[in-house]
Design a protein around this ligand. Sequence first.
Ligand code: 9MR
Length: 473
Amino acid sequence: MAESRHRTTPRRAAGRLLGLLLTTSLFAAGLVAAGTTAAHAADPLRQVAARQGIHFGSAIANQHLSVPQYRQIAGEQFSAVTAENEMKWESLEGRRGQYNWGPADSIIDFAEQNDQIVRGHTLVWHSQLPSWLNDGSFSGSQLQGIMDDHIEAVAGRYAGDVYAWDVVNEPFNEDGTFRDSIWYRGLGQDYIADALRKAHEVDPNAELYINDYNVAGINSKSDGLYDLAVRLLDEGVPLHGIGIQSHLVSGQVPSSMRQNIQRFADLGLDVAITELDIRMQTPSDASKLRQQADDYTTVVNACLAVPRCIGVTVWGVDDGHSWVPDVFDGQGAALLYDAQYQPKPAWDAVYAALGGTEDPGDPDDPDEPSGPCAVDYTVVNDWGSGFQGSVEITNTGSSAVTDWQLAWDSPGVTVTNGWNGRWSQSGGRTTVSAPSWNPTLQAGQSTTLGFVADKSGSVSPPSEFRLNGTVCS
Ligand code: 9MR
């Protein structure tokens, strides 16, 4: 059933790594949408986020990628993308068993060209279903087969291309009970565990999430999600993360957001802010934009405060291409760029929250470690046959390192998906070269790489970290 995009090589073995080796032509092309604020001339958000060990992503829509400013911002600023609609059931399988992969493939290709990781959105949802499915009056066992086939086809095709799937989207009502969807009606609440198990079987390397809205703070709905997560983990169901969509209203960011992220993390789950936008009554004005900037700061800080919060994705590139005004009458201006592609105060706020204005470090400070480089290698999550790791490199020398390259030995570890650098492996040696958007490590500066790897045979601890050939501490 699962039709791979890459007939000769499984994507997870080579495709993603090859993709990461591509240089980004958009960066080389220069800035079309040059903004007027100082911040826009600064490092892209993806780069400052990488220094904090998180990704910063955006939803993108294929039909807008032909707009040069949209395309450029999408490629330059973000290290992760989510297809706004292209991987939904109605887009992929409008007729039963007949898949239209083109638009979704284009999103994956864009991500590869720009060294971006891809969040798969979404496998099982009540909305944006094709009419053959919505109106089909299928029995429970038929629905089970339909769901399994779809997961097999979609997760199979994009195995190795997506680092995570929103396997089940929006399963809850506001009071924390299960939403009355075709899935719940036909299969009961077990459809959630079944979908996760199926997705894991099809793509064992993907991180599997449940994703929902109005779950940013502690409330009845997030309590329902929390209780479900506890039950699924108790039953050994492959649930790896919680997606907190975060379609928020300016001035109303839930005060319990950090605490809420923390409670899911305490279960051993990753958390991602998957669809952030913060809307206001339009037109905007300076004071509304200031409030919104504060709100974005609060959300980014909530994620940064919890190590298992792996990243933030905004739901769209600019206010001119946002779903908000279409659905909420009189509201909008919810994103980081305005409709003229200019960065807003919220952009500056996110940049600052990500440490973008901080001094990268003073190499003459006696408290700074000495030597050319320091490496912090962490296993974030280990599931036996594989693991997710993070490698923080700090340039502890007194001068900048340009075109940095970090190499280390880790026999038995096969990296299947790596981000924030261009990854390659040969023999037992892993090498990560600077991505085009982050070529230089200034004195005192750190950057964090992330990866997912398979283990085979006897796995040795990583050793001999070298930055451009020089051994690190
Ligand atoms: O942004 C998406 C918009 O273009 C679609 O018309 C809409 C259809 O439901 O879905 C929007 O994205 C939604 C996402 O897939 C799930 N969470 C809520 C998002 C905003 O509605």
